[in-house]
Ligand binder design. Sequence first.
Ligand code: SF4
Length: 281
Amino acid sequence: MSSPIDINLEKLINKVLVKKSQNNDRDYTHFHPSEFYACHRKLVYKYYEAQGICSPSEPAASFIDPQLQRIFDTGHGMHFRLGKNLEETGILRGRWRCPSCSKIFGKKDVLGIHRPKTCDCGGQKFQYQEVGFYDDETMIGGHVDAILDLRGTEGVPEDASDEDSHILVDFKTIRSEAFRRLMAPRDSHHIQMQTYLYLSGLKVGKFLYENKNDQTFREFLVPYDEACVAKIRSDGQRLKKVVTSTNSKGQHTLPARAHKKNNVKECVECSFRSHCWGLSK
Ligand code: SF4
């Protein structure tokens, strides 16, 4: 009897994932709240890459390791699932796309709108889209996972202002060991949330951490942190100045490195490591 047919599924899927990470279309012509805690020199490199001013000196880690791409995709899947859950609460604000005619509702409203009942074309199904913000002063822009309007719930009066009645929500997945130790949002996440609060003008955010192993939740309320926002603003303004000007010789410049040595994790994984440290490859 001949041997049964077989296929290496890991190889097959990895090929798709490597291609996907090579076609990553994240827009780096502005700075992202989720990366603002990172080395600012790296953010400037990414901006220059997006503008065709320089190219990475090393491939991104996800080009080499498809498992990383699977981890990212698992996080995206969780976002989609929790977004769907919040849609059913009736308090979620966002942009809403009618799949029948592609019309998008809520584009003009800074905080988005509640899910419409019916589209002009008669369609009654809508796809949720996250609300995006952009601040020209700092060149920081990004999309928030969810904005919840608590008016009429949780003791919030119906006539409360947006600022007093809305809450930003950010979803995170986290491994079991880290979940057990998690007593407060991580510093990087705190900066991300404060950046969203700055961009949106809202005063309270909430993190929902989901344990990757058993899907248990832990949530943290994060009030607006004036000192942190002031730092984000001044850093953003400084970075904008760096990327939108050149020195007296007409050359593009870089901010200082975030690290003193290049053997720290962030540098080891950085796509601009050789450029940054003048290393020969
Ligand atoms: S190599 Fe390190 S210091 Fe240089 S840009 Fe990358 S993260 Fe920043």
